[in-house]
Write a protein that binds this ligand. Structure first.
Ligand SMILES: O=c1ccn([C@@H]2O[C@H](COP(=O)(O)O)[C@@H](O)[C@H]2O)c(=O)[nH]1
Length: 257
């Protein structure tokens, strides 16, 4: 079994069950809140269940780099999900602006094209710069919605096309649904980071998501990291909801080590 290393440098299996730290590193909780105060209240209720916290547009537009720094100050790694999508020069500038806060991961939209992604990758390639993830086809879109924006390809084929474009442009990883992660893992190899939102534990509300899977299925198919928002943040006990998901992740991790 691979020993994961805790952030204080201790081997995790000295202090917690095998796979526990790895499971924590593979869960990102999406802090979709309108203010820093509400986000930090939720963080307290997670009781350290995950290492990564995702700050999306709603929270970043309200709280900015200050919140990213505050979360890092509490020992969390920050995934900045801004889904940048503009002309190459503008996206490169945005990457430089957000890099100052020290986020570990940052998203761009693969639909912005190869030149845009290359410009983002160049701007992020500085000491302390974030790893970049390309959002392929939003997990809220199904084939019908994709056709509505003029894309005749299936979500699976479109994800594959955009992922190849992103990799060739120097992007570190991709965001896709659990439905595509197995095929993508085969094409991209073991090192590429494949991040999967649209996670719904059995019995939870699907809401606006369309391409969904349980935590266990997504990890078993080859996801590097899961993004979970409402199933945790809207739960009566967010800490318990996060721990239940960690258990599902841990079950798969333990059998694949
Ligand atoms: O294709 C994508 C890309 C990003 N997301 C983000 O993930 C979370 C999911 O939240 P839930 O509440 O678990 O649905 C949210 O912040 C999205 O912006 C995504 O869902 N799909």
């Amino acid at each position: 079994m691979t020993k994961s290393v805790l952030h204080d440098g201790l081997s995790s299996d000295l202090v917690s069950p095998p796979g526990a730290q790895e499971a924590k590193d593979r869960l990102t909780v999406a802090l979709d809140f309108p203010s820093a105060a509400e986000a930090l209240k939720l963080v307290d209720r997670l009781e350290g269940a995950c290492q990564w916290l995702k700050v999306g547009m709603e929270l970043y537009y309200a709280a900015g780099n200050g919140l990213v720094e505050a979360l890092r100050g509490r020992g969390y790694s920050v995934f900045l999900d801004l889904k940048l999508h503009d002309i190459p020069n503008t996206v490169a500038g945005a990457v430089r602006s957000v890099t100052r806060a020290g986020a570990g991961l940052l998203t761009v939209h693969a639909g912005g094209g190869a030149a845009m992604m290359r410009a983002a990758a160049e701007a992020a390639n500085v000491p302390g710069g974030p790893r970049l993830l390309a959002v392929t086809v939003l997990t809220s879109m199904d084939a019908e919605e994709l056709a509505g924006v003029g894309v005749a390809a299936s979500p699976g084929n479109q994800v594959l096309l955009l992922a190849r474009l992103a990799k060739a442009a120097g992007i570190d990883g991709m965001v896709c649904s659990a439905g595509e992660v197995e095929a993508l893992r085969k094409v991209m190899g073991p090192e590429t980071m494949l991040v999967v939102p649209g996670i719904r534990p059995v019995g939870s509300d699907i809401g606006d998501q369309r391409r969904v899977a349980t935590p266990e299925v997504a990890i078993a198919r080859g996801a590097s990291m899961l993004v979970v928002g409402r199933p945790i943040t809207k739960a009566a006990d967010p800490g318990a909801a996060a721990r239940a998901i960690l258990k599902e992740i841990g079950r798969v991790v333990a059998t694949t080590d």
